[in-house]
Design a protein around this ligand. Structure first.
Ligand code: BGC
Length: 517
């Protein structure tokens, strides 16, 4: 059988190491980088539908929105200008993730986290105080730069700090913070939409999570991997012993040092990435964020209020429903944290995919049945509840599969020397497609109508098959031994030659318990 045959204990090697308070604290602080991303995802949709905000900064949009009295539920008023304002952040994040790549590699993961925090902080202040569109857009660009730096460095930091057996759990702390950020933003918008100046508070409060990660990053040690890579071997050894809670770290330290030897030989991360041995992680890292966005999740995250209004809820009820999806998003991420290192990444990806597909088909059928192609109709209370129930089941499925794994898997599958560039590819592709979906969703809804749910469902089917065939299990595999996973995969093995395997204890490949198809 294809990808499913990979078992996780490549080589059966296990490093000693405990779940220490030190590693828990370091990962908790670093994960707070996810808060800034999440807060932004949650805040923009609500703010751009506040009347006081629109009339101040986008008066023409405001006027047109008020004039729009169409009864077609699929084609409510949409403004490219406004969505462009929202999505501009993602373009800035995309661009800055390239700058983050070299900072993360040459100066360490922690300084990129710091850069992320401080630029986001400045952006939040400018936005909160904005008196004109220029300030608004400048602030937004800085927020984007902050997200680019944080998303590029935090997942790497977490994956490198964590002991192999807990890597999934600790890395998903990042996604958990994203979901908490989204929920906090939804709640704040809900309260603030009642006040004229509410938008200022909503935008300005983004400074709180930014402050946490800015100060937090200054207190964090860098990862042993990055320290060795930058020539600080002694310090790396100390940190490794501290995070693992044992002095018995020589094996792991040797693997890290071997990985760093390779790292020193490369001239350009980007050129190296194109070598055949990097083909497997590169292809997976391009496709995972692309697919993550084509699950359609951000249609719910950005447009939940619009969507719930479309299916017949009033203003307040639609916000409340968005809060409900927010809570489910957080809770289901916790489920992922609990099971990811036990059952593995593939089980979650596959189960999540099937569940999302079923829900998308159900929502498409229910909405199509109620509104047909004309988009005119009304839903009874019970009917709406069923639709909301399906949307919640869909959000839960995403939140324990593609949400966290979209950040975890790309951060753990590259060799050290190009891990930073690899993560940039992940962020850039993710931001690009988040931008595209944000930009075209309302137009797509207007044209494809309820078929839009089948469109995303089709993509979910494709991505689930892709995982089944091409994404090997990586749970419990030490991060610097990932090459063995590719070497043992039925499809990817042809790209990895024996000479590419520089794991300290090469015997491991021979002793490998990997069942080959
Ligand atoms: C995705 C975001 C999404 C969020 C929802 C993240 O993993 O990258 O695009 O909005 O999950 O929780």
């Amino acid at each position: 059988m294809a990808g499913g045959s990979i078992v996780t204990q490549v080589g059966g090697k296990e490093y000693p190491g405990n779940f220490t308070l030190f590693v828990a604290m370091a990962c908790l602080v670093a994960s707070s980088g996810g808060l800034i991303f999440g807060y932004d995802i949650g805040i923009s949709g609500g703010v751009t539908s506040m009347d006081s905000f629109l009339s101040k900064f986008f008066p023409s949009v405001y006027r047109k929105a008020k004039e729009d009295v169409s009864t077609n539920q699929y084609c409510k008023f949409d403004s490219q200008l406004l969505t462009l304002f929202t999505s501009s952040l993602y373009v800035a994040a995309l661009a800055s993730s390239f700058a983050a790549s070299s900072l993360t590699r040459t100066s360490g993961r922690k300084w990129s986290m710091f850069m992320g925090g401080i630029t986001f902080l400045i952006g939040a202040v400018i936005n909160g105080l904005a008196v004109n569109v220029f300030m608004l857009i400048l602030g937004r660009i800085l927020l984007g730069v902050g997200v680019g730096f944080a998303n590029q460095s935090v997942p790497l930091y977490l994956s490198e700090m964590a002991p192999a057996k807990l890597r999934g759990m600790l890395n998903i702390g990042f996604q958990l913070m994203i979901t908490i950020g989204i929920l906090a933003a939804n709640l704040i918008n809900y309260v603030m939409s009642k006040y004229d100046w509410g938008w200022r508070v909503s935008l300005g409060l983004a400074g709180v999570p930014a402050f946490i990660i800015t100060i937090g990053s200054l207190c964090l040690p860098d990862t042993p991997n990055s320290l060795i890579e930058r020539g600080h071997s002694e310090q790396a050894k100390e940190i490794l012993a501290k995070v693992r809670g044992t002095k018995d770290i020589q094996d792991e330290f040797n693997d890290l040092t071997t990985a760093c030897e390779d790292s020193k030989l490369i001239k350009s991360q980007w050129k190296d990435m194109l070598e055949p041995r990097c083909r497997p992680p590169l292809v997976v890292t391009i496709l995972i964020p692309f697919f993550q966005q084509l699950t359609g999740i951000n249609v719910i995250m950005f447009y939940a209020p619009v969507l719930f209004k479309t299916i017949g809820f009033g203003d307040d009820a639609s916000l409340m429903s968005a809060v409900i999806t927010g809570v489910i998003n957080v809770l289901a991420t916790v489920v992922s944290i609990i099971v990811v290192d036990k059952y593995g990444r593939r089980v979650l990806f596959l189960e999540g995919g099937v569940q999302m597909l079923i829900c998308q088909i159900a929502v498409g059928v229910l909405i199509g049945n109620a509104f047909g192609t004309s988009g005119v109709g009304e839903l009874s209370k019970t009917y709406s509840m069923v639709v909301v129930g399906c949307i919640c089941a869909y959000v839960a499925a995403f939140a324990w599969s593609w949400g966290p794994l979209g950040w975890l898997v790309p951060s753990e599958i590259f060799p050290l020397e190009i891990r930073s560039a690899g993560q940039t590819v992940n962020v850039a592709v993710n931001m690009f497609f988040t931008f595209i979906i944000g930009q075209v969703f309302l137009t797509m809804l207007c044209h494809m109508k309820f078929g839009l749910f089948f469109f995303f469902g089709g993509w979910v089917l494709i991505m689930t098959i892709f995982i089944f065939l091409f994404v090997p299990e990586t749970k419990n595999v030490p991060i610097e031994e990932m090459v063995l996973v590719w070497k043992n995969h039925w499809f990817w093995r042809k790209y990895v030659s024996e000479s590419d395997i520089h794991v300290d204890n090469v015997e491991m490949t021979k002793k490998s318990h990997v069942k080959t198809p």
